[in-house]
Structure formats: C-alpha cells, structure tokens
Design a protein around this ligand. Structure first.
Ligand code: FEO
Length: 397
C-alpha cells in the first residue's frame, strides 16, 4: 500500500473502509476512511491511527516510507476507537514511542486498552509544542468537539491542521484532496457528518474555530474522508453557520402513517407552505433513515413532525426519530406537530410536547384529526401550513 505525501515529509498513511455502511446509528452509503498522518522529521511522529481491523493497511502504508519501529511519537488526538484502535499494535512495534495526548486522552486510553498502563505518555495542554526537527507540532484542546479528550495538532511550518474528527466526511475514495472530488459532494457529506455527529456541540465548535482563527492554515487534513486544500474558505464558512445554528427559509416535513391519514395531512401542509413560497422537503420515516433526515434538519428553519396515534402514543418510528433529535439538539427551529387518531389522540400531543422540550417555537397548537381528514379539514391544515410559511419567511428576515 502506498503512502501519499501531502506536505514535504508529511504522509497520509490511513486506511479506507470501502464497505462500511453503518457508523453508530449513522448510515454511510459512501463508506469512510480513517486518516492517519506520518510526519517524517529528525523525530518521527504518527498522528492518530485507524480502526483495529485495518491496522495492517495502515502499517503497510507506513512501511512504504519508514520502518514503523522508528516511530518516536504517537499523537492521539481523540480516543474513539476508529482512531485509537491500532494504537496497541503500533506500541507493540514501536515500544519506545511516547504517546502524546491530553490528560483526558490518557485516561480514555487506559479505559480502552489493556497494555496502556505500560506506555510512556507525554501529556500536552493547549498551546504546548513539540519540536521534531524542522517541524513543530502545536496542540490545541477542543473539548467536546466531539469528546472530552478531543484535541487538534497544528504544524505551523507546513500551515497544516490535523483536526481529527472536525471537518470530516464519511467518504471512501482513492482520491485524497477536495478539488479531486468537488465541493458539491463534499458539502453534502460534510453537512451530514456535522448534523449527525457535531451538531450538539455548536458552542464548542465556535470556540474552537475562534482558537484556530489566528493560525496560518492552507490545508486541513481531518481523520475521515477528504483533505481540504482548495475549499478551505467554504468549509470554514459553513462550519461557522452550522455552529451558530443558522438555517435557511425552508421547511422539513417528517412523518409516518398507518392508513394514509397522517400522510394526507403532511401533503396538505406542504401545499400550504409552498403557497406561502417556502420550499419543502418531505420525508417518510418508513423509507428515509433518521441519519439522512438530519441533513435536512441542519438547514431547515421549520420542522413539522407527524404521527398517528397507536396504542395511546406515537408510532415507534417517530419516537426513534425524536429520541435521535433530542440527543442532537437542533435549536432555533419553528415546530408544528400533526397527526390522525381513532380515539385517544396522544400521538400528535406527545410529538408537540417533545418539540416544546427542545425549546422550539411552536407557532400554533398541534393538529389532530380523527380517522380520515375531510376536505374542509384538509383546507384548514393547508391554511396552517401557509401561516407557518409566513412565519418562516418572517423569521428569516
Ligand atoms: Fe471518528 Fe469521534 O471518531
């Protein structure tokens, strides 16, 4: 396997997970990569590793450049096992290497790996440096972007930022650089990644962007997907927008249905929103995965969620989506719940209560229609969509 030199003496030596389709709840139809970087200098440094089952692929790429037993420093920017999974194997091959990590990184590694108590650690704080010869490695802690141990490594002489998970995308590719794939596909995958992994930590992302703002950077090499060198300005700009929970004047309707009534309500709401001039994305929970829907949530100003009532509550598909949403904490949204029922009618009520708990602004009470909506009722629902559309446009100005 060949390494790829991305800066003089700095090599991508990661591994490509072509067939990964599921990443802790997140569907990854394009697979992913785990990016490790080798800095060949007077002292040799490996920054991050790969999942354990791809360790040989990474070692083969390292061997393309040096003998891995020569590694002096192994930087662990983040303990999650997609990046630290091959640390034990590297430490077996290069037992004299120092593990460079944050205090929380050391604690995390010791909870993950049996032999980790034997390793020689060099703990680093924000602003601390390590000189390797012609390069300096500077470390900046980025707690909760997206684990407490997370940190980034910056090489000022190379103008290179190695931010681990931040700026990543789940894409498997033989290409390494953004201009080889194009902004559109990268933007889509970076948005999906942000919405499903980074979204709850907007404040911390803003802080991290501020801390990195003063650095001279012409390349960002994350730990998943493609390396940014031509679309640096674009990716930083959208990260700022996403971290600030900025949305676009558009609406997302998410629903499930038992006998088609809640679907009729969803379509009537769409009609009303569109009449108000607001673009609408409509997602059916039996065919769209919740991780795909999150990409729409990221940029939609209004989110409408519909469920019929089943067994005195909402449908399990809607409940799963709301549980996922609750964890990812999108803010500054306008919400509207809707549904149909035979008796009881708790489905839409429960959806509405959860939206309220999220802190979303509900422009009106939930819509709840018995059995099958009549044409007059559909007109009223359409009107509710129209009113919400007006609120979306107002909120956007
Ligand atoms: Fe890519 Fe948080 O691991």
């Amino acid at each position: 396997m060949q390494a790829k030199e991305i800066k003089p003496g700095v090599y991508w030596v990661g591994a490509i997970d072509w067939n990964l389709r599921y990443f802790h709840g997140y569907l990854t139809p394009r697979g992913t990569s785990y990016n490790a970087y080798l800095v060949v200098d007077d002292k040799i440094t490996l920054v991050d590793t790969v999942k354990d089952y791809l360790c040989d692929e990474m070692l083969s790429r390292i061997r393309d450049v040096i003998d891995p037993s020569q590694i002096d420093y192994l930087v662990v920017n983040h303990v999650e096992m997609d990046h630290s999974g091959s640390v034990p194997e590297v430490m077996k091959i290069a037992p004299r290497a120092q593990v460079v990590t944050s205090t929380k990184g050391k604690k995390g590694l010791q909870r993950h790996y049996q032999d980790s108590d034997q390793w020689d650690y060099l703990m680093v704080n924000s602003g601390e440096e390590l000189n390797t010869g012609k390069y300096t490695l500077q470390f900046v802690q980025t707690p909760m972007v997206h684990w407490p141990d997370s940190m980034v490594t910056y090489l000022p002489e190379a103008k290179l930022l190695l931010p681990n998970d931040a700026f990543g995308q789940h894409i498997a590719s033989y290409q390494r650089f953004d201009d080889e794939l194009g902004w559109d596909v990268l933007h889509e995958e970076a948005a999906k990644y942000y919405a499903n992994i980074v979204l709850p930590y907007g404040k911390q992302v803003s802080k991290a962007l501020e801390a990195l703002g003063g650095l001279d950077i012409d390349m960002i090499a994350p730990s998943h997907g493609i390396i940014w060198r031509s679309y640096l300005g674009n990716i930083i700009e959208v990260y700022q927008e996403w971290a600030a929970q900025q949305t676009e004047p558009k609406a997302l309707i998410v629903y499930d249905t038992m006998w088609g009534s809640t679907k009729k309500l969803a379509l009537a709401l769409r009609e009303g929103l569109e009449e108000a001039g607001v673009p609408v994305v409509i997602r059916f929970l039996q065919t769209s995965h919740i991780s795909e829907i999150m990409t729409d949530v990221l940029t939609s100003r209004a989110v409408l969620i519909g469920s019929p009532t089943l067994n005195n509550g909402m449908l399990p598909t809607v409940s799963a989506f709301l549980t996922y949403l609750k964890g990812l904490r999108p803010q500054n949204r306008l919400g509207l719940a809707f549904g149909s029922y035979g008796w009881g009618g708790q489905g839409a009520k429960e959806v509405s209560a959860m939206m309220e708990d999220f802190g979303w602004k509900l422009t009106q009470e939930y819509l709840n229609i018995p059995y099958i909506p009549e044409s007059e009722e559909l007109e009223q629902v359409k009107e509710a969509g129209k009113n919400l559309g007006e609120a979306v446009k107002k909120a956007s100005t």
